[in-house]
Design a protein around this ligand. Sequence first.
Ligand code: ZN
Length: 456
Amino acid sequence: MSPNQPQNEERLLIKGAYLMTQDEQLGDFVGDVLVADGRIVGIGRDLTDDRARTVDGTGSAVLPGFIDTHRHNWQGALRNLGPAWTYQEYRGQVQIGLGQHFEPRDVRVGNLAADLLSLDAGVTTVRDESHISNSPEHSDAAIAAHWESGIRAVFDHGWPSTEAEQWQFGSDRSHPDDIRRIREEVLSDDSARVTLNAMLRGPEMSTPAVAEQDIRLARELGLRISMHVGLGEWGAEQQSIRRLAETGLLASDMTFIHCCTSTDEELRMLAAHGASASVAGALEVFMPGLGQPATNRLLAAGVRPSLSVDTETIVSGDMFGVMRATLAYQQLIRAGAAGPMDRAPGLPTFDAADLLSFATIEGARAAGIDDRTGSLTPGKEADLIMIRLDHANTLPATDVAATIVAGGHAGNVDLVMVAGDVVKEHGVLRAGNAVFDEAAASRDRLFHAAGLRLPG
Ligand SMILES: [Zn+2]
């Protein structure tokens, strides 16, 4: 079977759940969802289908799967190593120290570990920011893992982690040309479960000439672009969004990751050009060095952001933690204890329901896949999750959005479907945990190769 074909022809009818559709026309209500041929084919009250397997949704919420718009999946086997690291410590340990020693098999295992944690926690789509393009085989291994895991993945081809310092912050190296081969031979189908984008360094990490050349290459290949910007004091000096606007390169095919020290004017430029943003709320709060989450400043500029995990080496790979940390930072703003960029009075605020939309439909829009996922809209592919509201930590679920954001965790995620394929049911991941033995072996091999001691 080609990996592009649907894996699951099952008809499934979920009955009596609290549906949080993320579709403005449909809203939230208690009802039923019918899935067939990998798609949502019906949503409403009192649906029946003689051929469908019925799932009792009573006492549960059903929503579109979470969409993580920025994760370095290759680091999946290195998770939870440095929750107290600074940005410089993370760069030194992971990107510079360990990244150069990755073999293709390590990339496969890291990606699989990240994907399976994601699916277990209800993340059905991940935008894999893959700056581990050490060779074509590394990229092929990363992509193969996404096919294997069953997740929906936007594979953002990035630069190598060999000679990592030469590839960032003023780099004069052009984006690896292997992206052409991947586009032409590996990921040419933009409607498939795994698709291709370009993870570019832009004017914040490469010279202006290289940034422009890379952007033109991505557009020639028909690829959307992601770019890390507004990274600490360096990002504040570079003002890369403004520079992209001034050179005519800023456009709606771009997703800007972090934006922590991008100016308010730059965020308005981002909005005016229809570009999107990804806030890694947990990582930015936990790891000193980037600045603070720009969520409220983005809202002030007219941008509803998506959310992302970033690196599992520092923060948990689920969206519950990301939503909570993003909210925690907003509350610091409201308490007057925020960072220097968030002291303007009257910044707009968001609530739990907003966070669920940032983590679903806004993620789909940022990744350019909202025509097929991100809401429970009939006709879209069936990427959905069922979260139990009758567990000890969720009862009594007075306000469902608040319950999920304030109290939810992966253990409440009972059912997960990707394109109609059931990957988790009754709280159990179908793939099992075998990959995590491989992940431990990969981690040990990498630390040995780098001459580093395992922490702890
Ligand atoms: Zn990142």
